[in-house]
Design a protein around this ligand. Structure first.
Ligand code: CAA
Length: 253
């Protein structure tokens, strides 16, 4: 794809160089979006690997180092992108961390670190793009929750609370922006083939895979496809939903 072919919407993906984020960026770029991947200024090798990973997309994906838990940095990022690209049309909040521990072992640090990224990060980014989207009359926000926000998981009181909170946030914001052309939806991945899930002990992970009806971990592409669907221009009548992508691990009405 040449640079001139990128004439479509401008998309920002937080957690953009992470396990799911990289594939989400690639998928949106293939849909002709100009994509800005936002992530921590982590070790240079990881950023270099990301740049290699998206090199075939000819400049459709660029990287910005920002900590989503910092409101002022998110504000500066949003103004920078709006100045450079004229607008932000699509925001995907995929930045997330785990700090797994049973509650009796969980420290306030485990709790607060996770909340600052997984929940404050969603507020910090949405708060700083929402005026632009509503004033232009178009926006697609997709927030990444988790099956563990729907079911709860042993060792994840912090993560399950934050991820359930993400969908509450999406529903409330969806109501506030529905008449302004801005949709706000949640995608809830199940257990996927990412470093985050690889960090779970082999025994626990094997037990989880055994309970997934599809019989395998999800792939990042499975999640990216759902994000791309909700981020499309013609998805304007879908708002406030939670789209689970979990291989049947948790089914609900
Ligand atoms: N279910 C039921 N009981 C469990 C259990 C489980 N999943 N895990 C541990 N226990 C039991 C142990 O058998 C033990 O019982 P006894 O006291 O009777 O011997 C007791 O609980 C141990 O409790 P501890 O507080 O000591 O727990 P621990 O330190 O051994 O393990 C843990 C805690 C590391 C968090 C572990 O439970 C674990 O890894 N849980 C899974 C966490 C998980 O799935 N994380 C997902 C990460 S990926 C992700 O989050 C992406 C996404 O969106 C899906």
């Amino acid at each position: 794809m040449s640079q001139s072919a990128v004439t479509g919407r401008v998309a920002v993906v937080t957690g953009g160089i992470g396990g799911l984020g990289t594939e989400i960026c690639r998928h949106l770029a293939r849909q002709n979006r100009q994509v800005i991947a936002v992530d921590l200024a982590v070790r240079n090798e990881r950023i270099a690997a990301f740049r290699d990973d998206v090199a075939d997309l000819d400049g459709a994906v660029t990287f910005e180092a920002v900590d989503v838990s910092d409101f002022d940095s998110c504000q500066a990022l949003a103004s920078r992108i709006e100045q450079q690209h004229g607008r932000i049309d699509i925001l995907v909040n995929a930045a997330g961390i785990t700090r797994d521990a049973s509650l009796r072992k969980m420290t306030p640090q485990h709790w607060h670190e996770l909340m600052r990224v997984n929940l404050d990060g969603v507020f910090n980014m949405c708060r700083n793009v929402i005026e632009g989207m509503t004033s232009r009359g178009f926006g697609r926000i997709v927030n990444l929750s988790s099956v563990n926000g729907q079911t709860g998981q042993f060792g994840q009181t912090n993560y399950s609370a934050a991820k359930a909170g993400v969908h509450g946030f999406s529903m409330a914001l969806a109501r506030e922006t529905a008449r302004k052309g801005v949709t706000v939806n949640t995608v809830s991945p199940g257990y996927c083939d990412t470093p985050m899930v690889a960090a779970v002990s082999d025994e626990i992970r094997a037990g989880i895979i055994a309970e997934i009806p599809v019989g395998r971990l999800g792939s990042p592409a499975d999640i990216a496809r759902a994000v791309g669907f909700l981020g499309a221009d013609d998805a304007g009548y879908i708002t406030g939903i939670n789209l689970p992508v979990n291989g049947g691990y948790f089914m609900s009405f």
